[in-house]
Design a binder for this molecule. Structure first.
Ligand SMILES: C[S@@+](CC[C@H](N)C(=O)[O-])C[C@H]1O[C@@H](n2cnc3c(N)ncnc32)[C@H](O)[C@@H]1O
Ligand SMILES: [Zn+2]
Length: 181
């Protein structure tokens, strides 16, 4: 007896992107709400990753925040999800289930379309950098009509009584929420 033919349910292909370098594309139509792929990689303490990056021993290009203490580095033991580029008007989102991040289609994605999610880069500390500096250091090439010009997260809306936040000092060195850079 043999096991029957297994259907190819893979939705994605990796190839050159007009946004940046290598990207991930829909190789067939992806229905809204589909769990497309896990964001795989080595789990490491964030503090350790940031220290290694500061010493120039490690890059944070494929790092995704899992929680306050832990990040996933897709550069080690990672999969195709690490090639998903950022867009300010994304068609995918990262959700964490059972402590594991997955890329989900937020909308129906036609065949051939590049998959993207919003990286929303954040500073490791509470300080923020100005929009101008964000655009200079982390420019966005997503091409969306409402592109904010940077991979850095937009400022959170603050209550009127809140004090203004500093606009310089620390650079984004963290991957706030769950987003690589
Ligand atoms: C997780 S990697 C994505 C895969 C990447 N395209 C590659 O070839 O390795 C993240 C890096 O891709 C680049 N990138 C992703 N989205 C971008 C965008 N919208 N505009 C400019 N660069 C982007 C940035 O250099 C970022 O640090
Ligand atoms: Zn953009």
């Amino acid at each position: 007896m043999t096991v029957g033919k297994v259907q190819d349910r893979d939705f994605i292909q990796v190839r050159a992107s007009g946004i940046h370098g290598t990207g991930v594309f829909a190789k067939r139509p992806i229905p809204k709400g589909t769990r497309v792929i896990e964001y795989a990689g080595r789990r490491l303490p964030k503090a350790q990753l940031l220290e290694a990056a500061e010493r120039g021993e490690r890059k944070l290009t494929y790092v995704l925040n899992l929680d306050a203490l832990t990040a996933i580095d897709g550069a080690e033991e990672g999969n195709d999800a690490r090639f998903i580029n950022h867009s300010c008007e994304p068609n995918c989102e990262v959700y964490i289930f059972d402590n594991t991040p997955y890329i989900y289609a937020m909308e129906a994605i036609p065949e051939g379309t590049e998959l993207t999610f919003d990286y929303k880069l954040q500073s490791a500390g509470s300080m923020r950098i100005s929009l101008a500096l964000s655009r200079e250091l982390f420019p966005c090439n997503c091409g969306a009509s409402h592109c904010r010009g940077t991979l850095v997260a937009p400022p959170k809306k603050r209550a009127k009584s809140a004090r203004p936040v500093p606009t310089s000092a620390s650079l984004p060195q963290d991957l706030g929420g769950s987003h690589p850079r």
